[in-house]
Ligand binder design. Structure first.
Ligand SMILES: Cc1cc2nc3c(=O)[nH]c(=O)nc-3n(C[C@H](O)[C@H](O)[C@H](O)COP(=O)(O)OP(=O)(O)OC[C@H]3O[C@@H](n4cnc5c(N)ncnc54)[C@H](O)[C@@H]3O)c2cc1C
Length: 389
Protein backbone atom coordinates (compact mmCIF):
# COMPACT_ATOMS: atom_id res chain seq x y z
CA UNK A 1 0.00 0.00 0.00
CA UNK A 2 1.34 3.42 -0.87
CA UNK A 3 2.29 5.78 1.92
CA UNK A 4 1.81 9.50 1.62
CA UNK A 5 3.44 11.20 -1.31
CA UNK A 6 1.76 14.52 -1.62
CA UNK A 7 2.62 17.87 -3.03
CA UNK A 8 2.41 19.20 0.51
CA UNK A 9 5.45 17.26 1.60
CA UNK A 10 9.00 18.27 0.91
CA UNK A 11 11.77 15.77 0.22
CA UNK A 12 12.87 16.22 3.84
CA UNK A 13 9.38 15.31 5.01
CA UNK A 14 9.38 12.20 2.87
CA UNK A 15 12.81 11.25 4.17
CA UNK A 16 11.60 11.77 7.73
CA UNK A 17 8.57 9.58 7.03
CA UNK A 18 10.77 6.82 5.67
CA UNK A 19 13.23 7.02 8.57
CA UNK A 20 10.51 6.97 11.24
CA UNK A 21 8.73 4.14 9.44
CA UNK A 22 11.98 2.15 9.61
CA UNK A 23 12.23 2.80 13.35
CA UNK A 24 8.56 1.85 13.80
CA UNK A 25 9.13 -1.38 11.92
CA UNK A 26 11.84 -2.38 14.39
CA UNK A 27 9.36 -1.97 17.26
CA UNK A 28 5.83 -2.35 15.88
CA UNK A 29 2.79 -4.07 17.32
CA UNK A 30 4.66 -6.97 18.91
CA UNK A 31 6.74 -4.57 21.00
CA UNK A 32 3.61 -2.69 22.05
CA UNK A 33 1.76 -5.88 22.96
CA UNK A 34 4.68 -7.07 25.09
CA UNK A 35 5.01 -3.73 26.87
CA UNK A 36 1.29 -3.72 27.67
CA UNK A 37 1.23 -7.37 28.78
CA UNK A 38 4.17 -6.81 31.11
CA UNK A 39 2.69 -3.59 32.52
CA UNK A 40 5.68 -1.58 31.33
CA UNK A 41 6.08 1.67 29.45
CA UNK A 42 7.42 2.42 26.00
CA UNK A 43 10.77 3.58 27.44
CA UNK A 44 13.00 2.01 24.79
CA UNK A 45 11.05 3.39 21.83
CA UNK A 46 10.63 6.76 23.54
CA UNK A 47 14.39 7.00 24.19
CA UNK A 48 15.37 5.89 20.71
CA UNK A 49 12.90 8.22 19.00
CA UNK A 50 14.26 11.04 21.17
CA UNK A 51 17.88 10.19 20.41
CA UNK A 52 17.16 10.28 16.70
CA UNK A 53 15.71 13.78 17.15
CA UNK A 54 12.12 12.80 16.40
CA UNK A 55 10.46 13.72 19.72
CA UNK A 56 11.77 17.26 19.71
CA UNK A 57 11.59 17.81 15.98
CA UNK A 58 9.11 20.69 16.50
CA UNK A 59 11.04 22.43 19.28
CA UNK A 60 13.45 25.34 18.73
CA UNK A 61 17.02 24.39 17.82
CA UNK A 62 18.53 26.68 20.46
CA UNK A 63 16.88 24.49 23.12
CA UNK A 64 17.92 21.18 21.64
CA UNK A 65 15.02 20.69 19.26
CA UNK A 66 14.96 20.14 15.52
CA UNK A 67 13.63 23.58 14.62
CA UNK A 68 10.66 22.16 12.70
CA UNK A 69 6.99 22.34 13.50
CA UNK A 70 3.77 20.38 13.63
CA UNK A 71 4.24 19.25 10.03
CA UNK A 72 7.26 17.23 11.12
CA UNK A 73 6.00 16.11 14.54
CA UNK A 74 2.75 14.81 13.05
CA UNK A 75 4.72 12.76 10.52
CA UNK A 76 6.62 11.11 13.37
CA UNK A 77 3.49 10.13 15.30
CA UNK A 78 1.62 9.00 12.18
CA UNK A 79 4.45 6.74 11.05
CA UNK A 80 4.99 5.20 14.48
CA UNK A 81 1.25 4.55 14.65
CA UNK A 82 1.17 3.06 11.16
CA UNK A 83 3.83 0.61 12.36
CA UNK A 84 1.58 -0.37 15.29
CA UNK A 85 3.56 1.43 17.98
CA UNK A 86 2.14 4.94 18.51
CA UNK A 87 3.52 7.09 21.32
CA UNK A 88 0.42 8.75 22.80
CA UNK A 89 2.48 11.03 25.04
CA UNK A 90 3.87 12.77 21.95
CA UNK A 91 0.47 14.47 21.68
CA UNK A 92 1.01 15.94 25.11
CA UNK A 93 4.68 16.33 25.93
CA UNK A 94 6.39 17.89 22.90
CA UNK A 95 3.22 19.00 21.08
CA UNK A 96 1.16 20.78 23.75
CA UNK A 97 3.58 21.42 26.59
CA UNK A 98 6.70 21.94 24.46
CA UNK A 99 4.88 24.36 22.18
CA UNK A 100 3.29 26.38 24.98
CA UNK A 101 6.61 26.70 26.83
CA UNK A 102 8.49 27.54 23.62
CA UNK A 103 5.97 30.23 22.72
CA UNK A 104 5.09 31.71 26.10
CA UNK A 105 7.56 30.43 28.69
CA UNK A 106 10.23 32.52 30.37
CA UNK A 107 13.87 32.02 29.45
CA UNK A 108 14.33 29.94 32.64
CA UNK A 109 11.32 27.75 31.87
CA UNK A 110 12.58 27.15 28.33
CA UNK A 111 16.02 26.18 29.61
CA UNK A 112 14.57 24.01 32.34
CA UNK A 113 12.17 22.04 30.14
CA UNK A 114 12.73 22.20 26.40
CA UNK A 115 16.09 20.38 26.13
CA UNK A 116 14.69 17.56 28.30
CA UNK A 117 11.41 17.33 26.38
CA UNK A 118 13.44 17.18 23.17
CA UNK A 119 15.94 14.54 24.28
CA UNK A 120 13.26 12.48 26.01
CA UNK A 121 14.76 12.77 29.49
CA UNK A 122 11.76 14.83 30.63
CA UNK A 123 8.08 14.27 29.94
CA UNK A 124 5.16 16.53 30.68
CA UNK A 125 1.46 15.61 30.89
CA UNK A 126 -1.42 18.01 30.29
CA UNK A 127 -4.57 18.37 32.39
CA UNK A 128 -7.59 20.37 31.34
CA UNK A 129 -10.59 18.00 31.58
CA UNK A 130 -12.63 18.19 34.77
CA UNK A 131 -15.35 15.87 36.02
CA UNK A 132 -18.04 18.60 36.12
CA UNK A 133 -16.92 20.50 33.04
CA UNK A 134 -16.09 17.85 30.42
CA UNK A 135 -16.47 19.30 26.94
CA UNK A 136 -17.39 22.67 28.40
CA UNK A 137 -13.98 24.04 29.38
CA UNK A 138 -15.57 27.34 30.35
CA UNK A 139 -16.87 25.53 33.42
CA UNK A 140 -13.53 24.45 34.81
CA UNK A 141 -13.12 25.35 38.46
CA UNK A 142 -9.49 24.50 39.24
CA UNK A 143 -8.48 27.72 40.93
CA UNK A 144 -5.15 29.41 41.52
CA UNK A 145 -4.89 31.72 44.50
CA UNK A 146 -1.94 34.01 45.17
CA UNK A 147 -0.24 33.68 48.52
CA UNK A 148 2.71 36.03 48.74
CA UNK A 149 4.89 35.12 45.75
CA UNK A 150 3.43 31.63 45.58
CA UNK A 151 0.43 30.18 43.83
CA UNK A 152 -1.89 27.76 45.60
CA UNK A 153 -3.88 25.45 43.31
CA UNK A 154 -7.11 23.63 44.19
CA UNK A 155 -9.28 21.48 41.98
CA UNK A 156 -9.89 18.18 40.26
CA UNK A 157 -9.03 16.81 36.84
CA UNK A 158 -10.00 13.61 35.12
CA UNK A 159 -8.74 11.36 32.29
CA UNK A 160 -5.29 12.95 32.33
CA UNK A 161 -2.87 10.67 30.46
CA UNK A 162 0.57 9.63 31.62
CA UNK A 163 0.74 11.52 34.94
CA UNK A 164 2.61 8.57 36.46
CA UNK A 165 5.44 8.76 33.95
CA UNK A 166 5.48 12.53 33.50
CA UNK A 167 7.90 14.65 35.51
CA UNK A 168 5.23 17.32 35.72
CA UNK A 169 1.74 18.10 34.47
CA UNK A 170 0.76 21.34 32.80
CA UNK A 171 -2.49 22.13 34.59
CA UNK A 172 -5.10 24.49 33.18
CA UNK A 173 -6.70 26.56 35.90
CA UNK A 174 -8.20 29.97 36.37
CA UNK A 175 -7.19 32.69 38.80
CA UNK A 176 -9.31 33.43 41.84
CA UNK A 177 -10.49 36.78 40.51
CA UNK A 178 -11.61 35.12 37.26
CA UNK A 179 -13.34 32.26 39.04
CA UNK A 180 -16.54 32.24 37.01
CA UNK A 181 -17.81 33.31 33.63
CA UNK A 182 -15.95 32.83 30.36
CA UNK A 183 -12.73 30.91 30.82
CA UNK A 184 -9.60 32.99 31.21
CA UNK A 185 -7.22 30.10 31.52
CA UNK A 186 -3.80 30.14 33.07
CA UNK A 187 -1.29 27.34 32.90
CA UNK A 188 0.81 25.92 35.74
CA UNK A 189 3.64 23.42 35.78
CA UNK A 190 2.88 21.02 38.64
CA UNK A 191 5.72 18.61 39.51
CA UNK A 192 4.63 14.99 39.93
CA UNK A 193 5.60 14.80 43.57
CA UNK A 194 4.29 18.23 44.63
CA UNK A 195 2.63 17.95 48.08
CA UNK A 196 -1.17 17.90 47.70
CA UNK A 197 -1.02 16.63 44.09
CA UNK A 198 -2.81 13.26 44.27
CA UNK A 199 -3.65 10.83 41.48
CA UNK A 200 -5.83 7.75 41.06
CA UNK A 201 -5.55 5.55 38.02
CA UNK A 202 -8.84 5.17 36.15
CA UNK A 203 -9.71 1.63 35.19
CA UNK A 204 -9.99 2.04 31.41
CA UNK A 205 -10.91 -0.70 28.95
CA UNK A 206 -8.03 0.35 26.77
CA UNK A 207 -5.18 -1.82 25.59
CA UNK A 208 -2.46 0.84 25.83
CA UNK A 209 0.71 1.45 27.84
CA UNK A 210 -0.35 4.99 28.76
CA UNK A 211 -2.75 5.21 31.70
CA UNK A 212 -5.39 7.81 32.54
CA UNK A 213 -5.69 9.45 35.95
CA UNK A 214 -8.08 11.36 38.12
CA UNK A 215 -6.17 14.17 39.82
CA UNK A 216 -6.85 15.97 43.06
CA UNK A 217 -5.10 19.27 43.68
CA UNK A 218 -5.44 19.97 47.36
CA UNK A 219 -3.80 23.33 48.10
CA UNK A 220 -0.82 22.57 45.90
CA UNK A 221 1.71 25.29 46.64
CA UNK A 222 3.79 26.37 43.66
CA UNK A 223 6.48 29.01 43.21
CA UNK A 224 5.70 32.11 41.14
CA UNK A 225 7.60 30.70 38.18
CA UNK A 226 5.25 27.71 37.90
CA UNK A 227 2.94 29.94 35.87
CA UNK A 228 3.62 29.63 32.14
CA UNK A 229 2.89 32.78 30.19
CA UNK A 230 0.74 35.64 31.23
CA UNK A 231 -2.15 35.15 33.64
CA UNK A 232 -4.17 37.54 31.47
CA UNK A 233 -3.24 36.17 28.06
CA UNK A 234 -6.25 33.90 28.14
CA UNK A 235 -7.42 31.62 25.39
CA UNK A 236 -4.69 32.52 22.90
CA UNK A 237 -2.06 30.82 25.04
CA UNK A 238 -4.22 27.80 25.65
CA UNK A 239 -5.02 27.30 21.98
CA UNK A 240 -1.34 27.59 21.14
CA UNK A 241 -1.26 24.16 22.77
CA UNK A 242 -4.71 22.83 21.90
CA UNK A 243 -4.33 23.22 18.14
CA UNK A 244 -1.14 21.11 18.08
CA UNK A 245 -3.02 18.59 20.25
CA UNK A 246 -5.75 18.32 17.62
CA UNK A 247 -3.25 18.00 14.78
CA UNK A 248 -1.41 15.29 16.71
CA UNK A 249 -4.61 13.43 17.55
CA UNK A 250 -5.33 13.43 13.82
CA UNK A 251 -1.88 11.91 13.26
CA UNK A 252 -2.60 9.33 15.96
CA UNK A 253 -5.89 8.37 14.27
CA UNK A 254 -4.43 8.24 10.77
CA UNK A 255 -1.52 6.09 11.96
CA UNK A 256 -3.79 3.63 13.75
CA UNK A 257 -6.17 3.52 10.79
CA UNK A 258 -3.30 2.79 8.40
CA UNK A 259 -1.97 0.06 10.66
CA UNK A 260 -5.37 -1.68 10.85
CA UNK A 261 -5.99 -1.26 7.14
CA UNK A 262 -2.56 -2.68 6.31
CA UNK A 263 -3.27 -5.80 8.33
CA UNK A 264 -6.69 -6.20 6.71
CA UNK A 265 -5.38 -5.78 3.16
CA UNK A 266 -2.63 -8.32 3.76
CA UNK A 267 -5.22 -10.77 5.07
CA UNK A 268 -7.71 -10.08 2.24
CA UNK A 269 -5.02 -10.76 -0.36
CA UNK A 270 -4.23 -14.21 0.94
CA UNK A 271 -7.27 -15.59 2.77
CA UNK A 272 -9.08 -17.91 0.37
CA UNK A 273 -12.35 -19.71 1.11
CA UNK A 274 -13.82 -19.74 -2.43
CA UNK A 275 -11.95 -19.79 -5.70
CA UNK A 276 -10.32 -16.33 -5.19
CA UNK A 277 -8.92 -14.56 -2.13
CA UNK A 278 -11.63 -12.73 -0.14
CA UNK A 279 -10.14 -9.40 -1.29
CA UNK A 280 -11.50 -10.13 -4.78
CA UNK A 281 -15.05 -9.73 -3.44
CA UNK A 282 -16.10 -6.12 -3.73
CA UNK A 283 -18.01 -6.35 -0.46
CA UNK A 284 -14.58 -6.72 1.15
CA UNK A 285 -12.51 -4.60 -1.25
CA UNK A 286 -14.67 -1.47 -1.50
CA UNK A 287 -14.98 -0.69 2.21
CA UNK A 288 -11.19 -1.10 2.44
CA UNK A 289 -10.78 1.24 -0.51
CA UNK A 290 -13.07 3.86 1.06
CA UNK A 291 -11.20 3.54 4.35
CA UNK A 292 -7.96 4.22 2.46
CA UNK A 293 -9.49 7.26 0.73
CA UNK A 294 -10.80 8.65 4.03
CA UNK A 295 -7.41 8.27 5.68
CA UNK A 296 -5.68 9.99 2.75
CA UNK A 297 -8.21 12.84 2.83
CA UNK A 298 -7.83 13.36 6.53
CA UNK A 299 -4.06 13.47 6.12
CA UNK A 300 -4.47 16.29 3.61
CA UNK A 301 -6.48 18.24 6.17
CA UNK A 302 -3.94 17.47 8.86
CA UNK A 303 -1.15 18.75 6.60
CA UNK A 304 -3.12 21.93 5.93
CA UNK A 305 -3.65 22.47 9.65
CA UNK A 306 0.02 21.83 10.41
CA UNK A 307 1.17 24.20 7.71
CA UNK A 308 -1.16 27.00 8.86
CA UNK A 309 -0.05 26.49 12.44
CA UNK A 310 3.64 26.46 11.55
CA UNK A 311 3.17 29.64 9.51
CA UNK A 312 1.74 31.37 12.57
CA UNK A 313 -1.90 31.55 11.46
CA UNK A 314 -3.50 30.50 14.75
CA UNK A 315 -7.06 31.28 13.66
CA UNK A 316 -6.87 29.45 10.33
CA UNK A 317 -5.05 26.57 12.01
CA UNK A 318 -7.82 26.33 14.62
CA UNK A 319 -10.52 25.61 12.05
CA UNK A 320 -8.32 23.26 10.04
CA UNK A 321 -7.07 21.40 13.14
CA UNK A 322 -10.65 20.79 14.27
CA UNK A 323 -11.64 19.52 10.84
CA UNK A 324 -8.54 17.34 10.59
CA UNK A 325 -9.16 15.83 14.04
CA UNK A 326 -12.79 15.14 13.11
CA UNK A 327 -11.93 13.60 9.75
CA UNK A 328 -9.09 11.50 11.13
CA UNK A 329 -11.14 10.30 14.10
CA UNK A 330 -13.94 9.13 11.84
CA UNK A 331 -11.55 7.61 9.29
CA UNK A 332 -9.73 5.76 12.08
CA UNK A 333 -12.93 4.33 13.60
CA UNK A 334 -14.14 3.19 10.16
CA UNK A 335 -10.81 1.70 9.12
CA UNK A 336 -10.47 -0.29 12.34
CA UNK A 337 -14.06 -1.50 12.18
CA UNK A 338 -13.65 -2.66 8.59
CA UNK A 339 -10.28 -4.24 9.33
CA UNK A 340 -11.71 -6.31 12.17
CA UNK A 341 -14.60 -7.40 9.97
CA UNK A 342 -12.29 -8.37 7.11
CA UNK A 343 -10.56 -10.91 9.29
CA UNK A 344 -13.78 -12.67 10.24
CA UNK A 345 -13.24 -14.65 13.46
CA UNK A 346 -9.56 -13.82 13.39
CA UNK A 347 -10.51 -10.17 13.76
CA UNK A 348 -11.37 -10.98 17.35
CA UNK A 349 -8.36 -13.10 18.26
CA UNK A 350 -5.46 -11.86 20.33
CA UNK A 351 -3.05 -13.28 17.77
CA UNK A 352 -4.11 -10.79 15.08
CA UNK A 353 -4.31 -7.93 17.58
CA UNK A 354 -7.03 -5.89 15.88
CA UNK A 355 -10.00 -6.21 18.23
CA UNK A 356 -8.35 -4.14 20.96
CA UNK A 357 -8.08 -1.30 18.46
CA UNK A 358 -11.87 -1.00 18.44
CA UNK A 359 -11.80 0.77 21.80
CA UNK A 360 -8.49 2.49 21.09
CA UNK A 361 -9.82 3.98 17.85
CA UNK A 362 -12.73 5.56 19.74
CA UNK A 363 -10.23 7.73 21.62
CA UNK A 364 -9.64 9.64 18.38
CA UNK A 365 -13.38 10.33 18.18
CA UNK A 366 -13.81 11.43 21.81
CA UNK A 367 -10.58 13.18 22.75
CA UNK A 368 -9.36 15.85 23.08
CA UNK A 369 -12.53 17.35 21.70
CA UNK A 370 -15.44 15.15 20.73
CA UNK A 371 -16.92 14.65 17.30
CA UNK A 372 -20.05 16.60 18.30
CA UNK A 373 -18.12 19.55 19.69
CA UNK A 374 -16.25 19.85 16.40
CA UNK A 375 -19.51 19.71 14.48
CA UNK A 376 -20.79 22.44 16.81
CA UNK A 377 -17.66 24.51 16.14
CA UNK A 378 -17.99 24.15 12.38
CA UNK A 379 -21.73 24.91 12.52
CA UNK A 380 -21.14 28.12 14.48
CA UNK A 381 -17.70 29.33 13.44
CA UNK A 382 -17.47 28.19 9.84
CA UNK A 383 -21.12 28.29 8.82
CA UNK A 384 -22.43 31.03 11.11
CA UNK A 385 -25.36 28.96 12.35
CA UNK A 386 -26.95 29.82 15.71
CA UNK A 387 -25.91 28.08 18.90
CA UNK A 388 -28.24 25.86 20.91
CA UNK A 389 -26.27 25.80 24.16
C1 LIG B 1 -7.90 7.81 26.46
C2 LIG B 1 -8.17 9.22 26.86
C3 LIG B 1 -7.12 10.06 27.16
C4 LIG B 1 -7.34 11.36 27.59
N1 LIG B 1 -6.28 12.16 27.93
C5 LIG B 1 -6.51 13.39 28.43
C6 LIG B 1 -5.41 14.19 28.91
O1 LIG B 1 -4.24 13.78 28.82
N2 LIG B 1 -5.68 15.39 29.45
C7 LIG B 1 -6.96 15.88 29.56
O2 LIG B 1 -7.14 16.98 30.07
N3 LIG B 1 -8.03 15.15 29.12
C8 LIG B 1 -7.83 13.92 28.56
N4 LIG B 1 -8.90 13.16 28.11
C9 LIG B 1 -10.26 13.68 28.28
C10 LIG B 1 -10.95 14.05 26.97
O3 LIG B 1 -10.40 15.22 26.43
C11 LIG B 1 -12.45 14.16 27.29
O4 LIG B 1 -12.92 12.85 27.50
C12 LIG B 1 -13.23 14.86 26.19
O5 LIG B 1 -12.89 16.21 26.14
C13 LIG B 1 -14.75 14.72 26.40
O6 LIG B 1 -15.11 15.14 27.70
P1 LIG B 1 -16.03 14.19 28.60
O7 LIG B 1 -15.43 12.83 28.61
O8 LIG B 1 -16.26 14.85 29.91
O9 LIG B 1 -17.41 14.07 27.81
P2 LIG B 1 -18.70 15.01 27.97
O10 LIG B 1 -18.32 16.43 27.81
O11 LIG B 1 -19.45 14.59 29.17
O12 LIG B 1 -19.51 14.55 26.67
C14 LIG B 1 -20.22 13.32 26.60
C15 LIG B 1 -20.92 13.24 25.25
O13 LIG B 1 -21.83 14.34 25.09
C16 LIG B 1 -21.54 15.03 23.89
N5 LIG B 1 -21.77 16.48 24.09
C17 LIG B 1 -21.35 17.25 25.12
N6 LIG B 1 -21.74 18.52 24.93
C18 LIG B 1 -22.41 18.56 23.74
C19 LIG B 1 -23.04 19.59 22.98
N7 LIG B 1 -23.05 20.88 23.37
N8 LIG B 1 -23.60 19.26 21.79
C20 LIG B 1 -23.60 17.95 21.37
N9 LIG B 1 -23.02 16.96 22.04
C21 LIG B 1 -22.43 17.25 23.21
C22 LIG B 1 -20.08 14.73 23.59
O14 LIG B 1 -19.80 14.85 22.22
C23 LIG B 1 -19.95 13.30 24.07
O15 LIG B 1 -20.35 12.41 23.07
C24 LIG B 1 -8.68 11.85 27.67
C25 LIG B 1 -9.75 11.02 27.34
C26 LIG B 1 -9.51 9.72 26.94
C27 LIG B 1 -10.70 8.85 26.61
Amino acid sequence: MSTARTALETEEHQALRAAVAALGKRYGRDYMTTVIREGKHTDELWAEAAKLGYLGVNLPEEYGGGGGGMAELSIVLEELGAAGSPLLMMIVSPAICGTVIARFGTEEQKRAWLPGLADGSLTMAFGITEPDAGSNSHRITTTARRDGDDWVLTGRKVFVSGVDIADATLIVGRTEDARSGKLKPCLFIVPREAPGFGRNQIDMELHAPEKQFELVLDDVRLPADALVGDEDAGLLQLFAGLNPERIMTAAFGIGMGRFALGRAVEYARTRQVWKDPIGAHQAIAHPLATAHIDLELSRLMMQKAARLYDEGDDIGAGEAANMAKYAAGEACVKAVDQAVHTLGGNGLTREYGLASLITASRVARIAPVSREMILNYVSHQSLGLPKSY
